[in-house]
Design a protein around this ligand. Sequence first.
Ligand code: JD8
Length: 255
Amino acid sequence: MRVDVVSIFPDYLAPLELSLVGKARRTGLLDLRVHDLRDWATDRHRTVDDTPFGGGAGMVMRPDVWGRALDDVLGDADDGPVRLVIPTPSGEVFTQRTAEAWAQDERLVIACGRYEGIDARVAERYRERGVAVSEVSIGDYVLNGGEVAALVVVEAVGRLLPGVVGNPESLVEESHGAAGLLEYPVYTKPPAWEGLEVPEALLSGHHARIARWRRDRALERTAARRPDLLDALAADTLDAHDREVLRAAGWEPPA
Ligand code: JD8
């Protein structure tokens, strides 16, 4: 997969040289390129913003600068399908399902806005050109720009690419993974710490008992912290035992 990120703070993406994503870049599993938007500014002050039409506080990012940058980075239509990702607090929520879908794409181009955002005609123009444009938010809180969202998207999608995560098995049982439950608590040595013991079930070596213990804890945690995830679960994914655990945890299936 090729991912291009355009920002006025390209150094903000430096953490993507580290860890699994960094290794994926060095091993060619991920072709990540970071661009400075000001390289497409034309005046000697390399201006990328201007005052908002209709008045109001702050500045808006200019469409003409973004247009030159994205035309260059997106390249021609015959270079294959590209998804243009525009992080914005007014976007659809980016979830694990989104990451799984985008991991099937060949190319992502992420346009990181700053100030009050990017002139709305940029998304409109590329949609008109038939480019898949996805305006997404990483959560219901306000950030100062799109760079943090770009870090989130590159890591969440990048780790789903074949060969990036050492043991693909570990992708299955994750929070928001296929099971649709939050993760169970995890433990490692020492078996006793600060007077706290590891749950006996995990020391039993009894795989079925361990699996049951972990699912029960995952159900309880999800009921306590994210009951919305349980409401979204298909009815047939919960067996009688699950329902008993959830009833005891105070969760009632939606009517
Ligand atoms: C892109 C500019 C700042 C936003 C005036 C503060 C995503 N979940 C999220 N929260 N915030 C963003 C986000 C914020 C951005 C930009 C994404 C570009 N800003 C603006 C509007 C109010 N300032 C985000 N994904």
